[in-house]
Design a protein around this ligand. Structure first.
Ligand code: SF4
Length: 452
């Protein structure tokens, strides 16, 4: 979601005539798009901000802003710790950043925008200028979260769930597809809760959205990030199963294999309830692969709890895992708990879970040999000129030998003919689709003015 919000900010500035520079010394505006999930990330921002003091002294017209969750969390205190910062902009105000920069350039000493915003972050019709790739695009379908995991500050900084109207999302995706996009990644903190903030009668759902997207020609793949197990239901599982575009590689974070730890995290499910949701999904889509997040070293997590996480990882046979060492965050309710798992133990548990995940992935991918699937080309492998890589329909990486007119976003029917120790090796059976040339109506605006 942060990556996507960065795209939207970039768009807002490009449309105002700004251009980008890789060299901070040449910049007139420097914005830090921040994450508060881990303390380390915030400290890095403070470190880099400190390094800009001299530049600001030399060039008082330089505008420096801190945007996103860290701005929400630290607020006014950020100005006190970093007096050379001009803008502190919360995660629901960033579309107004160019105006905030204007305010600073117009003489306002400091601009602070936090909390609720008057207008939704996602505009009904998105300009495509800032999209980083011509064939794949992020699209937020909802923002915020109604849950209350004790380690998480997202609900407090991003607010409660706000879903976008279904027609607005479909319209945006149709426009993206016209401009050459063949893959969309639908985003939401708990994307499977999409629509639940609308009145019950006739409200939209993620299942209904998947059904409508199925009617968009040339939209070849739809990815979802990220689900919460509590919201998974049969209607959604069935819609995923019948969608011709749905990428069967799904993030359904478990976080821990221990019921006492899940309870302390207030995740809202037990291991057995999670198991039932996974069964529901896998019964509907036997080839589905899952991704999980894990937190190691949550307060009170014992060695026995850690073993339960290892057992759960084996049981559910995730294809991919992201493992995080618990970091107490002010504003999260677990901040009050004693952070009693030593750092060295967190590190060991982190390494152990990752090593186990590598083992599991290495056994799962070779089982795909001999299958026919569809491969979306993403790029060329490093070192092997002309060898393309991408993911097949259920998320396994596959490589495809060089061929005429290969390009990113091409969708091939492939046969998985081997395994090279890391990825499947595939043979193209036929080209199924590729990004269309941008339609004239979606051509990009002309950039007149450059400020850098
Ligand atoms: S589901 Fe839990 S971890 Fe995810 S955003 Fe909501 S509170 Fe945070």
């Amino acid at each position: 979601m942060n990556f996507y919000d960065g795209e939207l900010m970039r768009e807002a500035f490009l449309l105002r005539g700004y251009s980008e520079t890789d060299d901070p010394k040449l910049a007139d505006v420097i914005l830090f798009h921040t994450c508060s999930v881990r303390e380390h990330a915030e400290e890095r921002v403070h470190g880099i901000l400190g390094g800009l003091r001299a530049q600001k002294k030399e060039n008082p017209n330089l505008v420096i802003g801190v945007v996103g969750c860290m701005a929400d969390r630290e607020g006014q205190a950020l100005f006190e710790r970093e007096p050379h910062v001009d803008i502190v902009c919360g995660s629901r105000h960033f579309p107004q950043l160019p105006s905030m920069v204007d305010q600073v350039l117009g003489g306002e000493e400091r601009v602070l925008e936090l909390g609720e915003a008057k207008a939704p972050v996602d505009s009904p019709i998105r300009d495509l200028t800032g999209r980083p790739s011509s064939w794949s695009a992020h699209v937020a379908v909802m923002r915020g979260c109604d849950l209350n995991c004790t380690y998480c500050i997202v609900p407090s900084v991003r607010g409660r769930v706000e879903s976008r109207p279904l027609a607005e999302i479909v319209h945006e995706i149709q426009a993206l597809v016209q401009s050459g996009v063949v893959e969309v990644q639908l985003l939401g903190q708990t994307i499977d809760s999409y629509g639940r903030d609308f009145p019950k009668e006739g409200r939209p759902s993620l299942a209904a959205l998947l059904d409508q997207l199925a009617d968009i020609p040339n939209l070849l793949r739809v990815k979802l990030i990220t689900l919460h197990p509590a919201y998974v239901d049969q209607e959604l599982a069935d819609a995923m199963a019948r969608s011709p575009q749905f990428h069967r590689f799904l993030p359904v974070p478990l976080q821990s294999g221990s019921n006492p730890v899940l309870r302390a995290m207030k995740r809202g499910y037990s291991l057995d309830q999670y198991r039932r949701k996974v069964d529901m999904l896998r019964n509907a889509m036997p080839d589905l692969e899952l991704i999980s997040d894990w937190i190691v070293g949550f307060p009170g997590e014992t060695d026995a709890d850690h073993v339960l996480s290892q057992e759960a990882m084996k049981e559910f046979q995730f294809l991919q895992s992201y493992v995080f060492q618990y970091s107490p965050r002010p504003g999260a309710s677990s901040f009050e708990l004693l952070d009693d798992v030593p750092m060295s133990v967190k590190k060991t548990r982190n390494h152990e879970l990752l090593a186990l995940q590598r083992e599991i992935s290495a056994t799962r991918t070779p089982t795909m040999q001999g299958r026919t699937s569809r491969l979306m080309l993403e790029g060329v492998t490093k070192g092997d000129a002309g060898i393309w890589y991408g993911r097949i329909d259920n998320g396994h990486y596959a490589v495809l030998p060089a061929g005429i007119n290969r390009k990113a976003g091409q969708f091939h029917e492939v046969k998985c003919v081997g395994y090279n120790g890391k990825s499947l090796t595939a043979k193209s059976l036929q080209l199924l689709g590729e990004p269309a040339s941008p339609a004239p109506s979606m051509s990009l605006p002309i950039f007149g003015q450059s400020f850098s």
